[in-house]
Design a protein around this ligand. Structure first.
Ligand code: ATP
Ligand code: MG
Length: 550
């Protein structure tokens, strides 16, 4: 579409887009799709994309949200530049409104909101013309000036475009252009007591900025004739911009609506806008999602004209692919079980300590190695030991030999239980000839397990996450998404044991805990790790299932 315009020389071959967030909340993954489209298309055609705050609702908008939106756009990897604001154009919009009144194309309506709404009619039901519709332009002009001057109460009158109360398109049934609202605007303060509607502000803002391709989501298809109508009846400083629509991004097991997200935050269901369970860009960042993975996901899903819900596993798959390349491998035991090596050497009663060099990332030899201490008392993952192994359990059990990653082969010999019969310790022997983890006689073991030396272990708190909503499409069942909240979306483990180098993880960095997944160090709390994603690619499984013959 854009390419066709460029080739045809429409707009002199120029491409200009905009990303128009309303500063009434934080950006979410859906916005990432819009940002990728707006900035991406501009980049691809050598054009520009500007951020425009759509700040026409003073009641809900805040400077703090605007600042965080710019931060999030930059984090995602796009340059927000200097933002512009719909409120920059309040004077021009006002003058344009005056010109429409003068042309007899707009009028002041003194009906109340409920009457106006009822008079709109409905689908297959004609609208009712307002008794004020044919008042002389001079009268509307006078009232409109006095609306601005603050002579009338909030809600007592509105300015409406005079289009067609019989139109099949509800948007064209004399839409409201201005309402009276005494509210403090975060930029214009108390300068205005009338505010333009989204529709009245949007296309004209596009035109003032020189936007050529104005992309929005599909629910605005019906608004396009109105967008065009306004521009057609005004003297524009530039070529007429055009609106195009694309599908909203929805993901399974979550919601992408600022209103819903705000509700979760306000009701304390989550810890804040940056809760790692939220699909907000701040939440995803804290969870450890690399911005490049979000961009590659957006590129993979593309821009379409039909609404659909994408699997969250597809997004996670991009995250995993990226982190596999970049994340340093570490060892951390989430549910520690003591493993005591009976034949471990001591010197003067003190157990020896050996330091093993283990690669930081086998995918990336340039990342080098780190030193990991090993001694006679270790922690292993509780689930890696079974006193009575179930079928196909190849991990540690009495009499079986396994590999402790990068260190030695060990064989379990006995268990120690507490008075309640719970296993509190596993005893084992190690084979000194297997230093580094392989046997000189070539004998094989079926499992390699992670471990942490007890004496050197650094304690950590680890947050494991499950879907925030248990239903794939929250709200589909009852109409209320909150009915589908997963009560167990977070599991906090407070006594995880980490290899020492993990204490030096830079805030926000993501590492792989071997066999347990990718984990992001919290940006502020020390030794708090959030599981970004598990290691297993569930997306591959979902795809294989959908491709399999039925
Ligand atoms: P919400 O419904 O979450 O409040 P919104 O559309 O009101 O979203 P805006 O701040 O107005 O939020 O959105 C800015 C831009 O981002 C708009 O162009 C909008 O179409 C786009 N956008 C918002 N949500 C999505 C989504 N889920 N998928 C794709 N684009 C989106
Ligand atoms: Mg909006």
């Amino acid at each position: 579409m854009v390419q066709r315009d460029v080739e045809a020389g429409t707009y002199g071959g120029r491409v200009q887009t905009r990303f128009p967030p309303e500063p009434n909340g934080h950006l979410h993954i859906g916005h990432a799709k819009a940002i990728a489209a707006d900035f991406g298309i501009a980049q691809r055609f050598g054009g520009v994309c500007n951020v425009r705050f759509d700040d026409t609702n003073p009641d809900t908008e805040e400077a703090g949200y605007a600042a965080s939106i710019l931060e999030d756009i930059a984090w995602l990897g796009f340059d927000p530049g200097t933002p512009v604001h719909a409120s920059d154009y309040f004077e021009s919009l006002y003058n344009w409104a005056v010109s429409l009144i003068e042309k007899g194309l707009a009028y002041v309506d003194e009906q109340d909101a409920a009457t106006i709404s009822a008079g709109r009619g409905g689908f297959g039901q004609p609208g009712v013309e307002s008794p004020f519709r044919d008042r002389p332009p001079a009268e509307s002009l006078d009232l409109f000036r006095r609306m601005r001057a603050g002579e009338f109460a909030d809600g007592s009158m509105v300015l409406r475009a005079k289009i067609d109360m019989m139109s099949d398109n509800m948007q064209l049934r004399d839409p409201v252009m201005y309402r009276i609202r005494r509210a403090h605007h975060f930029r214009t303060g108390d300068e205005w007591c009338i505010y333009p509607t989204y529709d009245w502000a949007h296309g004209q803002s596009d035109a003032l900025e020189g936007v050529t391709h104005s992309m929005c989501t599909l629910e605005f298809v019906d608004h396009r004739p109105l967008y065009d109508w306004y521009l057609e009846h005004l003297d524009l400083p530039s070529d007429t911009p055009r609106q195009y629509e694309f599908a909203r991004l929805e993901l399974t097991h979550t919601v992408t609506s600022k209103r819903r997200l705000a509700q979760l935050v306000a009701e304390g269901t989550v810890d804040g806008w940056d809760d790692p369970r939220l699909p907000t860009l701040r939440g995803l960042r804290r969870r450890g999602y690399p911005p490049s993975a979000i961009r590659s996901f957006c590129a993979a899903i593309g821009i379409t004209k039909t609404n659909s819900r994408h699997s969250i596993e597809e997004l996670e798959s991009h995250v995993r692919t990226e982190l596999n390349q970049t994340a340093q491998r570490r060892m951390a035991v989430l549910h520690p079980l003591k493993l005591v090596i009976e034949n471990w050497p001591t010197e003067n009663g003190v157990p020896n300590v050996e330091w093993f060099e283990i690669p930081n990332n086998p995918e990336n030899p340039d990342d080098g190695v780190r030193k990991v201490p090993f001694s006679g008392v270790l922690y292993i993952e509780a689930e890696d030991f079974a006193e009575v192994p179930p079928p196909k359990f190849f991990r540690l059990t009495i009499g079986r030999e396994v590999r402790l990653r990068g260190a030695y082969l060990v064989t379990a010999t006995a268990v120690v239980k507490d008075p309640k019969g719970e296993i509190i310790e596993v005893r084992a022997t190690y084979d000194p000839a297997t230093r580094g983890g392989s046997a000189p006689d070539g004998r094989k073991v079926r499992s390699t397990m992670h471990w942490v030396s007890a004496e050197h272990a650094v304690p950590a708190t680890v947050a494991l996450y499950d879907h925030l909503f248990s239903a794939e499409a929250p709200g589909e069942r009852t109409g209320e998404p909150l009915d589908d909240l997963n009560p167990n979306s977070r599991e906090l483990i407070t006594d995880a044991k980490c290899e020492p180098i993990l204490a030096k993880t830079p805030p926000g960095a993501v590492v792989q805990f071997e066999r347990m997944g990718y984990f992001a160090a919290d940006p502020t709390a020390p030794m708090l790790f959030h599981r970004t994603v598990k290691l297993r690619d569930e997306w591959a499984k979902i795809q294989a299932r959908s491709k399999a013959p039925k």
